[in-house]
Design a protein around this ligand. Structure first.
Ligand SMILES: O=c1ccn([C@@H]2O[C@H](COP(=O)(O)OP(=O)(O)O[C@H]3O[C@H](CO)[C@@H](O)[C@H](O)[C@H]3O)[C@@H](O)[C@H]2O)c(=O)[nH]1
Length: 466
């Protein structure tokens, strides 16, 4: 009998909502006592998520969705310096609406015999922690990024008691962050930490973490052994459950995706030799400007490798150099929104130039495709540092690139990094990524580390199965 309910509160963007729904699937599959209600907040510019929810809903039995009414004064990106401050503001404004829904769920006659045992919220939703403490519900965070990022936030909360100033990107400072083996250069911290309002938002979130009853991570002890093990032995911090990798193995529908092009891409891939194609994709929000598009095109012409390039630009046109598509005909494909997981899963794909969003990282590790790091925004610079310097799981193109600064990366640099990742002979990174791929697949099976971490979470929330 499914008589235990959890309420999920994701941040409504692709990079956060998708892993939340896959976590829901994992919990439902692993424990037949669980059912889940997902509260879907409405963020401007994210209406395509409704399409996603509608398409995935039928494959998630025992999961129901409740729309949180759209805010009357929905903030717009650009009203703050940093995107993080914007999301923080959005979350805070949603608190009264979420509170009303949680209250009505708790008093609903539909709950007959079913007990709500906790909230699982995104880390941006930590300001909601007091709402649920009011009604005596445990509050868990599902962090959709790395253990390294959590270590950085813990360090930030600690630092705040001694130093309240924003970080200075070009100061050359090296930080000793517990959970990292190497000193962390300040210039790989999230951009928000160099801005007053972003710093403020991050500090508030970092200081709220200890109020949570536990933290689920979309990572595993196989991917980040040092950091995850350190959290496991931390007594004065909430319990950490490394339940990853969690991702949707089916390509996500998106309004920008052309299904005809998708079929063409997959057919073309079927005809290419094993591990011969490099895939370039910069996440759900990665739109490039003309000059950068031209350098990437130049790099792809120089390197002569086969490629698929998921290109979305800030301009109305594709900004490609004249004649580029003719010159690479047969060797390369350019598309808009791509079926990323299907591409990474294809044996013809041998390398991935990525913006280092955490979902892209776990997907590439799962499929054993080594990454070339090209971080763009959010916490991606820290993820790139983690992959290259801490874990030796990627080839470095850039660690501290920021798309908002309009720096240009030269075609020659792009060419060199692609050649490096596609070099099959004696590549240590490729071997390590293939090993991790095997390990993380085992980790999610019955008895594996991620499976057991999920079981431990379920036991802590609803008790041991009778
Ligand atoms: O053409 C595309 C582009 C993206 N994706 C999918 O979209 C997701 C993108 O997620 P991610 O790689 O994490 O990037 P973002 O969308 O940028 O994710 C945000 O959320 C992540 C998780 O918290 C953070 O790590 C990132 O820095 C933050 O930007 C992945 O599942 C991709 O497979 C596609 O299927 N096709």
């Amino acid at each position: 009998m499914r008589n235990t309910e959890l309420i999920f509160i994701p941040t409504p963007t692709v990079g956060h909502l998708v892993p939340f729904l896959e976590l829901a699937r994992r919990l439902i599959d692993q424990d037949d006592r669980i059912r889940i209600t997902v509260l879907v907040m409405k963020l401007q510019g994210q209406s395509h998520l409704d399409t996603y929810v509608n398409s995935i809903g039928p494959s998630l039995p025992f999961v129901r969705f409740i729309d949180v009414p759209e805010l009357e004064d929905n903030p717009t990106l650009g009203s703050t310096q940093s995107a993080e401050a914007f999301v923080y503001d959005f979350t805070e404004r949603n608190i009264p609406l979420v509170r009303n829904i949680v209250m009505s769920i708790l008093s609903s006659p539909e709950l007959d015999g079913v007990k709500v045992k906790g909230i699982v919220a995104d880390f941006f939703c930590l300001p909601m922690v007091d709402v649920v403490k009011d009604v005596n519900l445990p509050f868990y965070v599902f962090l959709t990024t790395s253990s390294g990022f959590l270590a950085m936030l813990q360090y930030l909360a600690d630092r705040q008691s001694k130093d309240t100033s924003v970080f200075v990107r070009d100061s050359g400072e090296m930080l000793s962050i517990p959970g990292f083996v190497n000193p962390v250069p300040v210039n790989v911290l999230p951009t928000a930490l160099f801005m007053e309002d972003g710093y403020d938002a991050y500090v508030k979130l970092a200081m709220l973490f200890p109020k949570a009853n536990g933290i689920l991570l979309n990572s595993s002890v196989d991917i980040e052994p040092y950091s995850v093990n350190r959290f496991s032995s931390e007594k004065s911090y909430p319990s950490v459950y490394a339940v990853g990798p969690i991702f949707n193995p089916k390509a996500q529908p998106h309004p920008d995706q052309d299904l005809g092009v998708r079929d063409e891409l997959m057919k073309w891939l079927d005809e290419q030799p094993e591990a011969s194609v490099v895939f370039l994709c910069f996440g759900s929000m990665g739109r490039l400007k003309g000059p950068l598009v031209k350098e990437i095109a130049h790099g792809l012409e120089l390197c002569r490798h086969r490629f698929i390039w998921s290109l979305r630009t800030e301009e109305d046109d594709d900004s490609l150099p004249e004649g580029f598509l003719d010159r690479v005909k047969g060797r390369g494909m350019v598309c808009g929104w791509s079926p990323q997981v299907e591409i990474l899963d294809h044996k013809a794909v041998g390398g991935f130039v990525s913006h280092c969003g955490w979902n892209s990282i776990v997907e590439s590790l799962w499929f054993g495709v080594p990454i070339v790091t090209w971080p763009m925004y959010a916490e991606q610079q820290l993820n790139a540092f983690l992959l290259v310097k801490e874990l030796k799981l990627a080839v470095e193109l850039k660690l501290d690139y920021r798309v908002r600064r309009d720096e240009v990366v030269s075609g020659n640099e792009i060419d060199a990094a692609i050649r490096c990742v596609m070099n099959k002979d004696g590549s240590l990174v490729r071997k390590r990524v293939m090993d991790i791929s095997q390990m993380v697949r085992r980790a999610t099976l019955n008895g594996g580390s991620s499976y057991l971490a999920t079981e431990k979470f379920l036991q802590d929330v609803i008790g041991v199965k009778p």
